[in-house]
Design a protein. Structure first.
Length: 354
């Protein structure tokens, strides 16, 4: 994996931004997460009052367990999804349009050929990841190549001036990799992370089989790249590279579902500083996603009962990031509005009428 650095947030800019936020014409601390987001963005962008940032949406596509017995569709569902996304006629595209964000779809590991699919960037490393019950999900070379795709996309978007990215995924059975990665990194009991889905095995039997696989390889958070190569997927690997590359380039990243969350767990295990640049978004009624939030110690901002992936949740989360900047810049301070500040109460030490 390429060498990179992640510089810390600019605390001086955060302090200055916090002072402005505290002096906006509202009860102090009353806008909760919007305030925290705005202040963190100041630290990311090294400016006291960030405004008018350029947004983007990035979706990595890759199929999982293409050699597994449950691969009945042979990647056709993923192909249909990226074709719809590439055409611009998707829920994700509609939501992104309101944020003036381009939707970029990158094929890093779909089973089907996308060379002739409109609107898809082809950076295919392999025709899908393998089923880790039969061996490693990918070779070391494939993992390195997928990580590099993520780094390259971070560099490319940063070079175009993009400052905040909603990240997402498309891929058949990728939740299987997300599940295994999450179990290995968090150490949580497998049975707590499983749903029965359409499998004929009982949850306990599935838990026993998957736990035995993880134990056989000796996977843990202390070796995140080993976890990634053994039970990950090509799209998860690309997202790991992107998270790290985005933090290096001082871009904010919004993630959503259990697959994007699994990539974040790996990136965090590689370099915990990545979390300064990452924001959560939508809640999902899915045990793996809930376990990731618990492990990371964060709570989703939104609940829409979403069942669609494809970065829709993260785009909605990006709208919250956008709202925080409207709060910071469209609201006036007490001084700007010539409003007298309260002489007592929790804000009297911070609100000074400037």
């Amino acid at each position: 994996m390429r060498e990179f650095t992640i510089k810390p947030l600019n605390e001086a800019c955060m302090d200055a931004c916090q002072l402005r936020v505290d002096n906006l014409t509202k009860p102090i601390y009353s806008l909760a997460q919007l305030e925290k987001i705005a202040v963190r963005l100041a630290g990311i962008y090294n400016v006291e009052q960030p405004n008018h940032i350029k947004n983007g949406v990035l979706i990595f596509a890759g199929d999982t367990a293409v050699d597994g017995i449950q691969n009945h569709t042979k990647g056709q569902e993923s192909l249909a999804a990226v074709t719809r996304l590439g055409s611009g006629h998707s829920a994700t595209g509609a939501a992104a349009k309101k944020l003036e964000a381009d939707v970029i779809v990158v094929d890093v590991g779909l089973e089907q050929d996308t060379a002739n699919v409109k609107g898809i960037i082809n950076k295919k490393v392999a025709d899908g990841a393998r089923f880790f019950g039969k061996g490693l999900a990918m070779t070391a070379e494939e993992m390195e190549a997928a990580l590099e795709v993520g780094f390259q996309m971070a560099d490319e978007l940063a070079g175009k001036g993009v400052q905040a990215v909603a990240i997402g995924n498309v891929g058949e059975r990728t939740l299987l990799s997300g599940l295994a990665v999450t179990a290995a990194i968090t150490g949580y009991p497998m049975a707590e992370l499983l749903t029965n889905n359409e499998c004929t095995l009982s949850i306990q039997e599935k838990a026993d089989r998957l736990s035995a696989t993880l134990q056989r390889y000796g996977l843990s958070a202390s070796e995140p790249l080993k976890v990634l190569q053994t039970v990950g997927s090509l799209d998860i690997a690309a997202m790991v590279g992107f998270y790290l590359g985005a933090a290096h380039n001082r871009m904010a990243v919004v993630f959503d579902n259990a697959v994007t969350g699994a990539a974040l767990l790996v990136a965090r295990a590689i370099n915990p500083a990545v979390m300064d640049f990452v924001f959560q978004s939508a809640a999902y009624n899915e045990p793996v996603h809930k376990a990731q939030m618990k492990f990371l110690g964060i709570s989703p901002f939104l609940y829409y009962d979403l069942e669609m992936d494809e970065a829709l949740g993260s785009v909605m989360g990006l709208s919250v990031v956008d709202a925080s900047l409207h709060m910071l810049n469209d609201m006036k301070t007490f001084g700007e509005a010539t409003v007298t500040v309260a002489e007592d109460g929790p804000g009297n030490k911070r609100q000074d009428g400037r």
